[in-house]
Design a protein around this ligand. Structure first.
Ligand code: C2E
Ligand code: CA
Ligand code: CA
Length: 643
């Protein structure tokens, strides 16, 4: 009697612990995750098992005081709840370990075990196979009783295999929790089902669930510390779980433009708080919708109740009023993109990709509200393919440099050429540098490409063929990111020395944006290279800010007027005036002038008249491979001679 009283206290303790856990769990902020429901089911099942076990132990010595059906009901309920814990646990682990391919098998095993357990237990009053009461109302195990612990232990060992298979994907604390639960409950099950009076099993399980609560069902992991919003990981889990459960939902992602005003005035650290303020205020306006902060000033709202357009309207309305912090006010325009599920996406990653692509494509444009389309996803996927192709081309050193001659009006010959990079991928074919250079920049691959292409140009110059036909220098494009690298100057000098190329044979093209990125580094790189004899061109003049400042302060000899200035000048008089005055201004600044995009004889005539120095364009030649370029030069030389 004593021993039963003593052991029951464990069950009271376990029931109390479970109730506390349930209360904590219910009060806590949750995401619509699959483990949510399963964790709750584990808590409930363990609680039923505990309570029923208390009843069975209370009734054990006095079974005859109660009707037979009640004895059976209480005992069967206890056993069924107890063996179901391991079944739910299997599904729970299956979800956590994210082994999608095995999930079907896991569920089938769980279902089969549940059915076998239920059938055996529910029929035991008739079959007496699991438990029964003899004529004196003594509680006894039937011949098949050991099947129950057998199944439970089989399941626990099976989850152990899953754990081992996916240990790399799990955090250490997750692995430890699963391992502890599995081992402890295996031991507890063995003891408990063999010796019913030793009833610590539920207590051990309750303790393990506490561990799960802390380590696996930990909400702080899903909260962004800056904004106190659910984070990107939480967004992923939520969206994925909606999609898996085939629930309809809508999403609206947005990126507030204008918050950088606070960054400028308050500094990055302090201004980060503006995101938190925005999140906090916006949350109050959202009914039954969840707000997530994806990072990088990007938010997304997911809702099962509101239409995508309604979400967009809430966001627009929210940003109607200026945002204020520390007495500073700024009006903020959000770029919003929306999506409705089901649609073109197949998973949370698709949504993330579509958001990334759509918001990026909206920046700097006029549209502030767009629907995400399969096109955005395709474009994102194309980006990923191009990115992979770039990486492959870097690995194989398979970029090619093409050369486009520059015509020298004064001498009537081709005295220089621009090196332009080409990528021809096995799968994608020709990919334009306009497409892959920005991608390479955004992904930090430009320094490697820059080095490979400059080596290629140096190899070409080393052959000396082009120089024989009067080529004095090659123009090489430098990207903004390259210019911001401190070691750029010494690296380029090193390569020129390696190939024995006189620095005078190189002219680097930079754009104004290079100055914006890191002016001081750019300038020191330029001065270092210039001191060796290299010269510089200002590329794409007329497309950017065209600040007089950079024109004056950056030591460039040549300015390349962009085709977007030339082409309209052929069509209308105002644009022609702009071109003419640009040329005049640059001449007064003693810059040599190149005009790009020269396609017709008419352009050649006009540009020669207004005093340009060099012409570059399809009129003379498209960019062509090195051999073709040498051939081009030799033909031109022979025509000049024969003329
Ligand atoms: P960019 O530096 O402005 O190069 C001139 C672009 O105009 C080249 O395009 C050239 O093929 C094109 N072009 C030249 N003449 C004409 C013409 O008469 N009509 C027309 N319609 N186009 C003409 P491409 O080769 O596609 O290069 C595009 C851009 O990619 C370049 O613009 C440059 O910004 C970048 N890029 C190319 N090669 C390199 C490189 O080696 N390194 C870096 N960082 N960027 C490069
Ligand atoms: Ca260029
Ligand atoms: Ca250009």
């Amino acid at each position: 009697m004593n021993s039963i009283n003593y052991v029951t206290e464990y069950e009271y303790a376990s029931a109390a612990l479970l109730l506390v856990l349930m209360a904590l769990y219910a009060a806590r902020k949750k995401f619509h995750t699959e483990t949510n429901g399963l964790f709750a089911a584990l808590l409930v099942c363990t609680l039923i098992s505990s309570v029923m076990h208390i009843c069975t132990t209370k009734m054990l010595g006095h079974a005859s005081d109660y009707p037979l059906w009640l004895n059976y009901t209480v005992n069967i309920a206890y056993l069924l709840a107890y063996v179901s814990i391991s079944v739910i646990y299997l599904v729970y682990v299956s979800v956590i370990t994210k082994r999608r391919n095995e999930r079907k098998a896991d569920r089938m095993i769980a279902r089969t075990c549940l059915i076998v357990n239920s059938v055996l237990l529910l029929t035991t009053p008739a079959t007496k196979l699991i438990i029964y009461f003899d004529s004196d109302m003594n509680y006894l195990h039937g011949p098949l009783f050991n099947i129950l612990p057998g199944i439970a232990i089989f399941i626990l060992l099976y989850t152990l295999i899953r754990l081992v298979q996916s240990r790399k994907q799990l955090k250490t604390i997750q692995s430890i929790s699963i391992l502890t639960f599995t081992i402890l409950s295996t031991i507890a099950t063995l003891i408990q089902l063999a010796y019913p009076q030793q009833i610590m099993g539920n207590y051990v399980i309750a303790l393990s669930l506490l561990m799960f609560y802390i380590s696996l069902e930990n909400p702080s992991e899903y909260v962004d510390s800056l904004t106190n919003c659910s984070n990107a990981e939480a967004f992923f889990i939520t969206a994925e779980s909606f999609i898996e459960r085939k629930r309809n939902f809508s999403a609206a992602a947005f990126c507030p433009q204008g918050l950088n005003y606070f960054t400028e005035l308050l500094g990055l650290r302090e201004s980060g708080r503006i995101c938190a303020i925005v999140a906090d205020k916006l949350k109050k306006r959202l009914k039954k919708s969840e707000l997530f902060y994806l990072g990088n000033w990007e938010f997304v709202i997911i809702s099962e109740n509101a239409e995508a357009s309604e979400l967009a309207a809430v966001i627009q309305d929210f940003f109607k009023d200026p945002i204020s912090m520390n007495g500073i006010e700024a009006s903020v325009t959000p770029y919003i993109c929306t999506l409705t599920y089901p649609g073109f996406v197949n998973g949370a990653k698709d949504i993330r990709d579509a958001i990334d692509y759509t918001l990026k494509s909206m920046k700097g444009g006029k549209e502030t509200l767009m629907e995400m389309t399969s096109g955005s996803l395709e474009a994102k996927q194309r980006e990923l393919k191009v990115l992979a192709a770039i990486k492959q081309a870097i690995k194989d050193d398979s970029f090619q440099m093409y050369y486009q001659p520059l015509y020298d009006i004064k001498t009537g010959s081709f005295s220089s050429a621009e090196a332009l990079i080409r990528m021809i991928d096995k799968e994608l074919g020709f990919v334009s540098p306009e497409e892959f250079i920005p991608l390479a920049e955004a992904n930090g691959l430009i320094p490697e490409i820059g080095e490979l292409s400059f080596r290629s140009v140096c190899r070409f110059l080393k052959s000396g063929k082009a120089q024989k036909y009067g080529i004095k220098y090659i123009e090489v494009n430098l990207s903004v990111l390259q210019c911001a690298q401190e070691k750029l100057g010494s690296q380029l000098i090193g390569i020129m020395e390696e190939y024995g190329i006189p620095p005078e044979q190189i002219n680097f093209e930079i754009t104004e944006t290079a100055g914006l990125a890191n002016y001081d580094t750019l300038l020191s790189n330029m001065n270092r290279l210039i001191s060796r004899g290299v010269s510089f061109s200002m590329d794409d003049y007329g497309t950017g800010f065209s600040t007089a400042n950079y024109l004056i302060t950056l030591p460039t000899d040549i300015v390349k007027i962009d085709k977007s200035i030339l082409w309209p000048a052929m069509e209308n008089n105002e644009a022609f005036i702009v071109l003419r005055h640009t040329v005049e201004m640059l001449r007064s600044l003693k810059k040599k002038i190149v005009v790009e995009g020269v396609e017709t004889a008419e352009m050649v005539k006009l540009l020669s008249e207004i005093g340009c120095d060099f012409l570059q364009g399809y009129y003379y030649s498209k960019p062509i491979p090195p051999d073709a370029f040498i051939m081009f030069l030799s033909q031109k030389a022979s025509t000049v001679q024969t003329v």
